[in-house]
Design a protein around this ligand. Structure first.
Ligand code: ADP
Length: 202
């Protein structure tokens, strides 16, 4: 694929990014968006934005995020799918942090089928937990996210292992899983992803 929103056959990019906390979904998602012209949609960012609202819904989302638990599926779908639908109609999307459980994965499949497109690849960023913990604690000192304390980070790892990791075999079985080693410098990770996407089919 080259550097605009369509690949050489005129198709837009429709990628999912699956990764434990700290693996670099956000960084890589932004880079892939800049490279491809597709829109980077980060579930965590959209939910954090929604959590700013001084409403009951905003407070509910903020509480889930602060604890490291998943926000309920219906809320996530309501926040995310309209953005994804708009992006799909324009330049394509790189969905980072969605889906995170099987019901969300099924909703994603239904969403795509309902609009007549496929999800081309799920990029799984893999790195050892000790590396991830170190990265997140470093980020905590800079950004001060409410869920970047050692205790909440551990809980987010647990949620990933117990719930989100089931999506690895799910997408493997569907033939669209692209596993990338995220325990290398960001440029090397980006290069590996681009390499692996070169043979992407629709
Ligand atoms: P990280 O991957 O480091 O945990 P994110 O910004 O992707 O960071 O997610 C932060 C939090 O946002 C999650 O712990 C969860 O509370 C909420 N969240 C993000 N995406 C989802 C999702 N798809 N389903 C439910 N909750 C989500």
């Amino acid at each position: 694929m080259k550097n605009d929103q369509h690949d050489e056959t005129g198709r837009t990019l429709r990628l999912l990014m699956l990764a434990p906390p700290g693996a670099g979904k956000g960084t890589q998602g932004e880079r892939l968006a800049a490279w491809s012209g597709a829109e980077h949609i980060a579930a965590g960012d959209l939910l954090r934005a929604a959590a700013q609202g001084q409403t009951e819904l905003g407070r509910e989302i903020a509480a889930y995020q602060a604890s490291g638990d998943l926000v309920p599926d219906q809320i996530v779908l309501d926040v995310l799918l309209p953005a994804a639908a708009e992006a799909a109609a324009r330049s394509g999307f790189i969905l980072d942090g969605f889906p995170r459980n099987l019901p969300q994965a099924m909703a994603a499949a239904e969403f795509a089928a309902g609009r007549g497109f496929t999800l081309q690849a799920t990029i799984y960023l893999q790195a050892p937990e000790a590396v991830l913990m170190e990265r997140l604690l470093a980020r905590a000192r800079q950004e001060g996210r409410s869920d970047d304390t050692a205790e909440v980070i551990k809980h987010r790892f647990q949620v990933f292992a117990q719930t989100t990791a089931a999506l690895v075999p799910y997408y493997e079985e569907r033939g669209i899983l692209v596993t990338v080693n995220a325990d290398q410098p960001p440029d090397a990770v980006t290069a590996e992803i681009k390499d692996r996407l070169a043979g992407l089919s629709d």
